[in-house]
Design a protein around this ligand. Structure first.
Ligand code: PLP
Length: 399
């Protein structure tokens, strides 16, 4: 376990309360409210050779990670949490812990870098990697809200990877329904909860076994740290394999990143709820706009995943949306370049709003439409964000 017995003090508290305290415990000798940043890489043994402090070496047991891990465990309502050096490091640890020849099912629409890594690794590790497809508007969905996931789960599998809403068209999968079918097929269920955040979705409560975060995004929340996290429903054999994989491979954040992460999460609920309400206002404003071909946002009733999102996401639909610009790829690229308040950059989840012509970063094999702008809504005034987009669309989109 990476948490400690005082974690029981969190039981029964609201997640907002846990976040406000940032995972900190009053720290000796000054009764400090914020725990100190532990920088030591090694820890002294007692005269009998034991480790009375409970830590041996910072790659295995890092006291600098304790507040952030404690808080993540509480926010996702898991048994334990592990910090990693990035979201990719956390995700890769899950796949690396699978047996050779495993059958893995993942969405085709997912974080593109992980999809590419999986495709390359599947060959080396002899995994059978199968992608499920999202439904388009007007198409009928299976029990999981997808085109074919329920069918793929009729045969035994080792791991179902979900990302919902999924990057960059924010497709929605029914976690509870997928987890039931996956468990019947003998598969573990891991959910990339980066975009929904525990503010809106708690996959472990819905039946998933593992949650993964790119903590670089909303959890850190200020665009100034790179980190990842896994939260496990149980401290079981697979979880211990993940902890061993992390300790051996050493894909860890630094002590200051871990501290920044715990600090950022103290305002998680305020930031994410505010950004999501702005995203909803922007989505509604541009839905049906003469210069916008379509808006992808699970909060709109026109989104194919809206009904599942409304049931699965508590209190909001997230702060990510995409616009397809009339005039095709050249118009979309020109609009992105003409924006002044939205920063043209990859990533998401910071206080400033970001825009990206997504297909050009994902490359030629991407399922991303060429006219799509990927938009991370930040904390600016909604009127300023809308006015900036209106001006850039007027200048560059073509009816
Ligand atoms: N998952 C999602 C949904 C992401 O958007 C990203 C990064 O953009 C990652 C995972 C990877 O996270 P990191 O950049 O922290 O490795």
């Amino acid at each position: 376990m990476t948490t400690d017995p005082t974690d029981a003090a969190d039981d029964g508290l609201h997640v907002e309360t846990l976040a406000a305290h940032g995972g900190n415990r009053i720290a000796a000798p000054y009764r400090a409210l914020i725990e100190p940043v532990h920088l030591s890489t090694t820890f002294e043994r007692g005269a009998d050779g034991s480790y009375p402090g409970g830590a041996v070496y910072a790659r295995d047991h890092n006291p600098a990670f304790v507040p952030a891990q404690r808080l993540l465990r509480g926010l996702e309502q898991g048994a334990d949490a592990l910090l990693f050096g990035s979201g990719m490091a956390a995700a890769c640890a899950v796949f690396r812990s699978l047996p050779r020849g495993a059958r893995v099912i993942a969405p085709r629409v997912m974080y593109w870098s992980l999809r590419n890594w999986l495709q390359a690794q599947a060959v080396q590790q002899q995994w059978t990697l199968e992608f499920f497809e999202s439904v388009a508007a007007g198409e009928s969905a299976d029990a999981c809200g997808t085109r074919d996931l329920a069918g793929l789960l009729r045969r035994p599998a080792d791991l179902l990877w979900l990302e919902t809403p999924s990057n960059p068209t924010w497709d929605v999968t029914d976690i509870a329904a997928a987890a039931r079918l996956a468990h019947d097929a003998g598969a573990l269920v891991a959910v990339d909860n980066t975009v929904a955040t525990p503010v809106f979705t708690r996959p472990l409560i819905l039946g998933a076994d593992l949650v993964m975060h790119s903590a670089t995004k909303y959890l850190g929340g200020h665009g100034d740290l790179l980190a990842g996290a896994l939260i496990g429903a149980r401290d079981d054999a697979f979880w211990r394999r993940l902890a061993a994989e992390r300790a051996q491979a050493g894909a860890l954040p630094g002590a200051f990143e871990a501290w920044l992460l715990a600090r950022g999460m103290r305002t998680l609920f305020l930031r994410v709820r505010h950004a999501a309400s702005t995203a909803m206002a922007i989505a509604r404003h541009f839905d049906g706009h003469r210069l916008v071909a379509s808006v992808a946002y699970p909060g709109l009733s026109s989104h194919p995943g809206h009904e599942i999102a409304a049931a699965q996401m508590q209190g909001g639909f997230g702060a990510m949306l995409s616009l397809r610009v009339r005039g095709g790829e050249p118009a979309a690229r020109a609009v992105a370049g003409a924006l002044r308040i939205w920063r043209q950059a990859t990533s998401l989840g910071s206080t400033e709003s970001l825009v990206e012509h997504r297909a050009s970063i994902e490359g030629p094999d991407s399922p991303c439409p060429p006219d799509l702008l990927h938009m991370s809504v930040g904390l600016e005034a909604p009127e300023d964000l809308i006015a900036d987009l209106e001006r850039a669309l007027d200048e560059h989109a073509a009816v």
